[in-house]
Write a protein that binds this ligand. Sequence first.
Ligand code: FAQ
Length: 365
Amino acid sequence: MNDRDSMKPGDLLLPVKSFCRLSGQIIAPLSFEIHAFSVKFAYSLTRSAYMEQNINFEDIFESKLAKNDFIEPKDWMPDNYRKHLIRQISQHAHSEIVGMLPEGNWITRAPSLRSKIVLLAKVQDEGGHGLYLYTAAETLGVSRDELLDALHTGKAKYSSIFNYPTLTWADVGAIGWLVDGAAIMNQVMLQRSSYGPYSRAMVRICKEESFHQRQGYEIMTHLAFGTPEQKQMAQDALNRWWYPTMMMFGPPDKDSPNSENAIKWRIKRETNDQLRQRFVNQTVPQAEYLGLTVPDEKLTWNEAKQGYDFSEPDWVEFKNVINGNGPCNKQRLKARNDAHKNGAWVREAAAAYAKKKGESTAVAA
Ligand code: FAQ
């Protein structure tokens, strides 16, 4: 069975919609079940029409990629492209909401009202990013419940970085500076990702991440130019967060099974190693400005490559963390599961309200 044979009705949403508009008089009065049947029927008619005209879906997909056009939810796409996107976008969404936890830990202990307000806004933004991304993933035909279930049962991955503890206020600075800095480095290229909903979600996310990065750097600046004890806190946070941040870009290119397809399909525009190198080049001068030392004895400027030579993170540690054995994996999953369970009444109330509103609208009509 090839990819084209495995198309689902939703794969051709726009042609189906156009058909439904044309045949609206027939479809409109019918019940939902008949409507669903009509959609399938319309889909098969549309598909036959395309086939009669000898249109090759794969050619259309490839030509869109070649022209740098977006692939949209209504467009035909290979099954593996769809699966790849669901995997990456949902992992990304999970990372955003699990990423609320390490910093959320400091909201009640922020050292001033101002820093508390800023941190609250930042953590709230991350929740919003999760929502945009879950919504983008849903356009690929997967439900929010399925995605969350995969997170809660430990089947789905989320970024390794959020399995490390935030021991001091300086860690909140280091997360903003380094973790959001690395996230932006990766996400700027994702704004030009080939899948329209993902790319558009990234535009807004990048704007907010850039505020987050500044928030973190501001905290680090206060500490680094503060008392010797504060400077030591900043240095300690840099020591602990440097290598985990480098791991955020994923394994080295030679050990990255997903990169080849991601680059071929323009989901990722740059490789893990390219982005990691750019992150180091950008961040080292920022550390120097703060008077802090990057914890890497091998770090040297390489004139020939116009970039720093640096030590690789510990990839054995990385594997342990992504396999569920990092310092905080269990704690993070428990917190997410508890939040989901405790929020059940809110979801039920929202569903009941939507139902009631639907009923009263129907009566009024
Ligand atoms: N952690 O073949 P590759 C943020 C997995 S958002 C855990 O290279 P790929 C905002 C990978 O999934 C941070 N797992 O994979 C924020 C794959 O496993 P699979 C998240 C990792 O997809 C800030 C396997 O290893 N950003 O921080 C990691 O081509 C502050 C082989 O890897 C995104 O998700 C890792 N670090 O490249 C929030 C950006 N690296 O699925 C709160 C979008 C790799 O085959 C506070 N994602 N793996 O079982 C991407 O760009 C890519 O998915 C990569 C991985 C670069 C993460």
